[in-house]
Ligand binder design. Structure first.
Ligand code: UDP
Length: 478
């Protein structure tokens, strides 16, 4: 990417989740790479974990135009930052971070010396209060969404779903989830059943505060200067067209992990392409890479449910028996804090799983270097919760998915994976026989992986959109 004119100063502010921070850090690296000055505003809690478990400090110390700044998430250190407390994290950010964020922006606007004054903010769409601050301080703000475009579009469709009486579901969570959505949702006509809508829609309360928050997020998105989504045109074209009717300036720059890797390979930057680029908030167990080297091609089932999912013992046992009964070797990445049994039994269960897997020639680890795992030739299937980063990583690697969505955008991602992109199968119920059957029968195709590769090639849509973003950010300084 050619560097012309002044190099502006941009502040990136992710919502403090693993997937959100991970994808925004990748965007930050790409912008650094283009010569921009980047302040990355991370939560204190995540920053401490990044420093503990990764080489992040060394990696970014090579960039004089990059710096971290931190902000509290307002939660105590021992708070379980998981799916079940997701809305507590949101509420806490809203309550505590807004005034501090404002202070940070005010002072970055007055920057002098080596760092130019801040000229633009890129903030996670989960925190619409950032748009209020940006408007008040008269600074452009671009929204970043770490979820799929189909989910962003489903949020925009909320008023339509209410008007057509599709929402709220009669009985909320207890409603018949297989009922098709009858009203026409442009870009995804005739595709969705109730169960495929984002999980936040499962309410019987028309005044549900979460739905109200989603409406605010959409309204604020339309007030932003632009929108960035970690997706690519060939993947989500029809829904991207719809989103552009609401937010005309939309940059699709995904898959970000692959775009970053490719930019590193093609540049003479100080950042060597072979430097491990982990942004993990858990310690990666790299022993699984050597283990994968010893397995035949496409033979291993890789299973992971990301950073937020929590399991009860029953679900865990269905997965365990399904995998074992399939007779396939598996690599299961399961966080200790995702096993929700009381009295420290989670540790006992995990220890038993580690031993049980070893006896069967398989492997259980707490956290894997997932991007590398998915691109390893031994991996044949990915059993996933369809978090958006995991989904993009799997699509890019050409690994077929077995989808067990848990919450947020995962339900609609799962529907698109199985019915639109046809790169996986969806599990509606979690039982060992279904898992065993799916693990044995899932088929792979790499058509979509080819399109993903094309999008990040030099003239590909995501590369061009990144160039356009950089140019637009430069024009904001003048
Ligand atoms: N991840 C990882 N190792 C693991 C599990 C997950 O590195 O053992 C990474 C994964 O590659 C992805 C992120 O954590 O980039 C999870 O993000 P995603 O959006 O898939 O799910 P979330 O954690 O937000 O539910």
């Amino acid at each position: 990417m050619e560097q012309t004119g002044v190099n502006p100063h941009v502040l990136l502010f992710p919502f403090p989740g693993q997937g959100n921070m991970n994808s925004m850090l990748k965007l930050a690296e790409l912008l650094c790479h283009a010569g921009l000055h980047i302040t990355f505003l991370n939560s204190d809690y995540n920053q401490q974990r990044l420093l503990r478990f990764t080489d992040i400090q060394e990696r970014f110390s090579r960039w004089p135009n990059f710096r971290f700044q931190t902000i509290t998430d307002g939660l105590p250190a021992d708070h379980p930052r998981s799916a079940t407390t997701f809305f507590q994290i949101l509420a806490s950010m809203k309550a505590t971070a807004k005034p501090i964020f404002r202070e940070i922006i005010v002072s970055a606007r007055q920057e002098s010396g080596m760092w130019p004054p801040l000229s633009c903010i890129i903030a996670d769409g989960l925190m619409p209060f950032t748009i209020d601050v940006a408007k008040e301080l008269n600074i452009p703000l671009i929204v970043f969404r770490a979820i799929s475009a189909c989910c962003v579009w489903a949020f925009f469709c909320l008023p339509k779903l209410f008007a057509a009486a599709e929402l709220p579901f009669p009985g909320g969570d207890e409603a018949d989830m297989d009922v098709p959505i009858k009203c026409v949702l442009p870009g995804m006509e005739g595709l969705l059943r109730r169960r495929d809508l984002p999980s936040f829609f499962r309410t019987k309360d028309p005044n549900d505060p979460i739905l109200k928050e989603l409406l605010v997020e959409c309204e604020k998105m339309t007030q932003a200067s632009a929108l960035i989504i970690n997706t690519f045109e060939d993947l989500e074209g029809p829904v991207l067209t719809q989103i552009r009717s609401q937010v005309p300036n939309l940059y699709t720059v995904g898959p970000l992990h692959a775009l970053l890797r490719s930019q590193r390979q093609h540049s003479n930057s100080l950042m060597a392409p072979n430097i491990a680029a982990s942004n993990s908030l858990w310690e990666e167990d790299r022993s699984c890479m050597a283990w994968l080297d010893s397995q035949p091609p496409k033979s291993v089932v890789y299973m992971s449910f990301g950073s937020l999912v929590v399991f009860g013992e029953d679900t865990l046992m269905e997965f365990w028996h399904g995998l074992v009964n399939s007779g396939k070797c598996f690599l299961w990445a399961i966080r200790r804090d995702s096993i929700t049994v009381s009295g420290g039994e989670g540790d006992i269960i995990l220890a038993k799983m580690v031993d049980g897997a070893k006896e069967r020639g398989s492997l259980v680890v707490e956290w894997a270097p997932q991007e590398e795992v998915l691109s390893h030739p031994a991996v044949g299937v990915f059993l996933t919760h369809n978090g958006w980063n995991s989904t993009m990583e799997s699509i890019y690697a050409g690994v077929p998915m077995i989808c067990w969505p848990f919450f947020a955008d995962q339900q609609i991602n799962s529907r698109f994976v199985s019915e639109v992109w046809r790169v996986g199968v969806a599990m509606n119920t979690c039982d060992r026989r279904t898992i065993e059957r799916m693990v044995r029968n899932v088929e792979s195709t790499d058509e979509l992986a080819k399109l993903a590769r094309r999008s990040i090639s030099e003239a590909g849509s995501s590369s061009c959109n990144l160039d356009r973003l950089v140019q637009d950010l430069r024009s904001m300084t003048s």
